[in-house]
Design a protein around this ligand. Structure first.
Ligand SMILES: NC(=O)C1=CN([C@@H]2O[C@H](COP(=O)(O)OP(=O)(O)OC[C@H]3O[C@@H](n4cnc5c(N)ncnc54)[C@H](O)[C@@H]3O)[C@@H](O)[C@H]2O)C=CC1
Ligand SMILES: O=C(O)[C@H]1O[C@H](OP(=O)(O)OP(=O)(O)OC[C@H]2O[C@@H](n3ccc(=O)[nH]c3=O)[C@H](O)[C@@H]2O)[C@H](O)[C@@H](O)[C@@H]1O
Length: 445
């Protein structure tokens, strides 16, 4: 099939590349001229494991191409995906200006039947809005609007897209349904379903899924905070809970609060939708409040340890991206922690395998960026671990001890075993587990 993808952010690029990989001809269109130029020259604008190989193959073989011209991109397309931003507006509601703006342009460009698919995360009722804009200048026979929310996670986006747990398709048109079924069949061969439903339910499914996951993480963060007070170990509690098949093991990891471009904005947007419907969605209100506090937790622990005096102290930070395997720093907890530490007078030496360039654009020389995780420790008074990159999971504790001024580690991701840290002679504070103090009896190896 011929496909146009409008918007080449995370979702647009992964969507376009994966559809090209299954034999479709895909043209991606973006208003960002520099980005399009880079992609035309074979450069991927985001760091996403596994995407480079597919991107290279499909551009080389002519199935994937890029343009800034919407009319060119859609001319031969049977399906047009909208993968445009839906950032929070001032009141928290999703800003639909990108989607509706492109819909308006399309209403002047479409000449033969096309399925317009909304892949962005949009509030309930958006399909109707897009439909009405298109219908202003177009015969209704010439288009159908479909809601097809995307559930991929950054860092594992290709796998999530290629082997989705489910594909959700909201449409009331049997013609559009057949087109979408044909398109997605290669992705659901392993038996995972394509779920057809009405447009409004599909739109709601996306917000419900993200808000539920954000709530689940937040619940675990609160359990972790309580575990600290009660001297229980949240790792044990997590495994004990997660072994119940009704609960499940995934997405129960406490930490420094959820971040990223979607959970914070989508929870806010669902709250806004609820408010507009005169429904008081109390849980979501609590989720946002707790998450704001949780993002501060590591900085609070550091400040408490140093009795609120961080003047002249240097804190090493491992991990800046909002999660591993991405260079995305949107709503990254690290930014909140850094702000709080800088305000308290600390110096920061940071290392992240992929996100430093993006962070440097914001902080400039306010913090030091190091080439290597160990270099960040030289002369630092403490280490704070914010993102659980694999490379941080099995470090040389001996080198860490040698380089840090004090063997002091604040771990926002519970990467290390408590006993091991004690044996290794660290003062180690993590999330929802007892602090470990420098062992005086056992000599570190
Ligand atoms: N990032 C993620 O992991 C996921 C995002 N989503 C949703 O997908 C949507 C897109 O998200 P991202 O890909 O992260 O966005 P993004 O902000 O990374 O990228 C959006 C792209 O659209 C382009 N653009 C803006 N206006 C345009 C126009 N008029 N014509 C053509 N291109 C235009 C921008 O230049 C940019 O390249 C959002 O609604 C988001 O909530 C859904 C699932 C996962
Ligand atoms: O709509 C979206 O954009 C996407 O949002 C999330 O994906 P993503 O933001 O890429 O990352 P996640 O892996 O979900 O992590 C989000 C945040 O939650 C945190 N998290 C996650 C899991 C966990 O157990 N604990 C925890 O604190 C992460 O550290 C991160 O800050 C959803 O998982 C995707 O299904 C969805 O498509």
């Amino acid at each position: 099939m011929n496909i146009a993808v409008v918007g080449t952010g995370y979702v647009g690029l992964v969507t376009g590349t994966c559809f090209a990989e299954t034999g479709n001809k895909v043209i991606c269109v973006d208003i960002d001229e520099k980005k399009v130029e880079r992609m035309k020259n074979g450069e991927i604008p985001i760091f996403e494991p596994g995407l480079d190989v597919l991107f290279e193959r499909n551009t080389r073989q002519g199935r994937l191409s890029f343009t800034t011209k919407l009319d060119e991109a859609i001319e031969d397309a049977q399906i047009i995906f909208l993968a445009l931003p839906t950032p929070p507006g001032e009141d928290g509601s999703a800003d639909l200006s990108y989607i509706l703006g492109v819909a308006d342009k399309l209403s002047f460009l479409i000449k033969d039947y096309k399925v317009i698919v909304d892949k962005s995360t949009v509030p309930v009722g958006t399909s109707e809005k897009v439909h009405n804009i298109l219908a202003k200048h177009l015969d209704e026979e010439l288009f159908d609007v479909v809601s097809n929310p995307e559930f991929l996670r950054e860092g594992v986006a290709v796998d999530d897209f290629m082997k989705p747990d489910r594909v959700v398709i909201g449409t009331s048109s049997s013609r559009a349904r057949d087109v979408m079924k044909q398109l997605y069949e290669p992705f659901v061969r392993q038996g995972n379903p394509i779920l057809f439903m009405d447009e409004r339910s599909a739109e709601m499914t996306k917000y419900a899924a993200n808000s539920y996951l954000a709530t689940r993480i937040t619940f675990m963060n609160e359990i972790a905070n309580l575990c600290e007070k009660l001297e229980a170990n949240v790792d044990m509690v997590r495994i004990g809970m997660g072994s119940d098949s009704r609960i499940g093991k995934r997405f129960l990891f406490p930490g420094v609060g959820f971040g990223g471009s979607c959970f914070p904005k989508d929870v806010q947007a669902l709250m806004r939708t609820a408010t507009e419907s005169e429904y008081d969605f109390q849980i979501l209100d609590a989720v946002l409040k707790v998450n704001t506090e949780q993002r501060r937790l590591l900085a609070k622990k550091i400040k408490t340890h140093f009795q609120d005096d961080l003047q002249g102290k240097t804190i090493a930070i491992w991990g800046l991206a909002f999660k591993p395997n991405t260079d995305d720093i949107r709503e990254a907890p690290a930014m909140y922690i850094i702000d709080e530490l800088l305000e308290a007078g600390a110096k920061i030496k940071a290392y992240d395998p992929e996100a430093m360039e993006n962070v440097q654009k914001i902080y400039g020389d306010k913090i030091q960026f190091m080439d290597d995780q160990y270099e960040a420790l030289i002369g630092a008074d403490a280490l704070a671990i914010v993102t659980e990159w694999t490379v941080f999971r099995t470090p040389s504790f001996k080198v860490m001890r040698e380089l840090l001024k004090e063997p002091l580690v604040f771990d926002g991701r519970n990467l290390y075993d408590l006993e091991r840290m004690q044996e290794q002679g660290f003062h180690y504070l993590s999330i929802g587990r007892n602090p470990v103090s420098v062992a005086t009896s056992s000599k570190p190896a």
